[in-house]
Design a protein around this ligand. Structure first.
Ligand code: AMP
Ligand code: GLY
Length: 429
């Protein structure tokens, strides 16, 4: 089979790496890809948002399956366009991808079905939003309705901050059209967990759980990022929570979509907040998480390709997924300044020395090949994943690999998966 992976991040490298291991995969294309995907397949110089050229490429090269990585092309309807041309594609159609591309749509659907989530109001007018905020207990959370490169969620500590955020989003156009409508919701306390489900319209299979580290700096300080590291399995998950998740979240969600005649086929990644009174949905994502995928896929023993095909064909219920029981830790190496301004074009050294370590996998994100070198080309540069017999071993191995890699202006968190270890120790004493 010829497979086209759309996107250029660590998630896409991990997907291409895993798909390449399938005995059914002959050629892997990545559009536009990075220096890592260039080593396992062929990069194609088409941006993930250039839908017309992507369709032309898939047709001309007789691509058998296209896997869409990022949210933007899904929200723009890439799956509908590919399907209209008779091209096989993994990902939800535009109407289903609204679960991620419109937080208001997702919130209203959850409210209709009683799916546990933060109490919220949804607004089209800034004066209505402000009136709603007035009596609330702070902090509160203000979210742009649409996609905003992961920056559209603001935690306002008081009314002054809420007022200026609402004004910036709704009146000044800070996130363009995405922020013209907003959600204002209660601030939830607890710990977060990322679930991933392959959903085939009627049924689903869960992947292993993971936890992300969203803030830029150690001890969860600094600005929110796309994710600075992840580990799998999550240490705050158990069978009782999973039971709640099936009954209170997944089943009602699928029922609601069916009632609306919306078929979701693809990867659904609910971001959850776990607190003393149970599990609540923070958001729905309609694609694999980044960097969660870099921690989850190295643990998957099954072939990913038939699982994606079964999802498209509506028979995921016939599949079982085998997992490596060993935990995985993925540490993201970023450019100093990310998620704000940063420099690129820095030579990366030590990649081979790091990759020689056992059970270590290096996934590229913002990298590109220049002559015989690999240089930085983005905010998140690499994700270094290690498996280990325990989370301590996986973590030590990941950081050992990280210590072998150098580039100017490299920044990474030193505390990825540390909470998993200290929480274990707390449980022991
Ligand atoms: P979202 O894009 O909605 O997942 O939000 C991004 C991040 O903002 C989440 O992963 C949380 O860390 C944080 N967040 C979102 N909503 C809430 C909430 N209601 N309470 C606390 N933190 C939140
Ligand atoms: N890890 C966060 C995301 O993929 O949205």
């Amino acid at each position: 089979m010829k497979i086209l992976v759309i996107g250029s991040g660590g998630r896409e490298h991990a997907l291409a790496w895993k798909l390449k291991q399938s005995p059914y995969a002959d050629r892997i294309f990545c559009a536009p890809g990075n220096a890592g995907t260039a080593e396992i397949g062929e990069n194609v110089a088409i941006s993930a948002s250039d839908l017309g050229p992507l369709i032309r490429f898939a047709k001309e090269n007789r691509v058998n399956l296209t896997v869409v990585g990022p949210d933007d092309p899904l929200a723009a309807g890439i799956v509908d366009l590919f399907a209209r041309e008779g091209l096989r594609v993994f990902g939800p159609a535009k109407a289903a991808a609204r679960l991620e591309s419109s937080k208001i749509f997702a919130k209203e659907l959850m409210r209709e079905q009683g799916i546990p989530t933060a109490e919220a109001g949804t607004f089209k007018r800034s004066d209505d939003a402000l009136r709603f905020c007035n009596p609330l207990r702070f902090p509160i959370v203000i979210k742009a309705d649409g996609l905003a490169l992961g920056k559209g969620v603001i935690i306002a500590s008081d009314l002054v901050a809420a007022r200026s955020t609402i004004d910036a989003m709704m009146n000044q156009g800070r996130f363009g059209e995405a922020g013209r409508r907003i959600v204002v919701e209660e601030f939830l306390r607890g710990t977060e967990c990322s679930l991933h489900a392959l959903v085939d319209g009627a049924n689903y299979r869960l992947l292993q759980t993971a936890r992300d580290h969203k803030r830029a700096f150690d001890k969860d300080t600094g600005p929110n990022t796309g994710g600075m590291g992840a580990f799998s399995p999550a240490n705050n998950w158990n069978a009782e929570l999973e039971d709640q998740f099936h009954k209170k979240i997944m089943r009602p969600l699928l029922r609601a979509l069916q009632e609306k005649k919306i078929t979701f086929r693809g990867l659904l990644y609910p971001g959850l907040m776990i607190s003393a009174d149970g599990v609540r949905v923070l958001e729905f994502n309609c694609r694999f998480g980044d960097p969660e995928t870099q921690a989850i896929l190295p643990r998957m023993k099954s072939d990913l390709l038939p699982l994606l095909e079964a999802t498209i064909d509506g028979n995921i219920d016939t599949c079982t997924i085998e997992w490596d029981p060993r935990p995985a830790v993925a540490v993201v190496l970023a450019s100093v300044g990310y998620p704000n301004k940063y420099e690129t074009g820095k030579t990366i050294s030590g990649l081979d020395a790091a990759a020689r370590l056992d059970d270590v996998q290096i996934f590229h994100a913002g990298t590109k090949p220049v002559n015989d070198e690999v240089v930085t080309a983005g905010g998140r540069v690499l994700a270094v994943t290690a498996l280990g017999s325990t989370i301590e071993v996986a973590r030590a191995r990941a950081y050992e690999a990280v210590s072998r890699i150098q580039f100017e202006n490299c920044h990474y968190r030193r505390d990825i998966a540390l909470s998993a270890i200290t929480d274990n120790i707390e449980k022991l004493v």
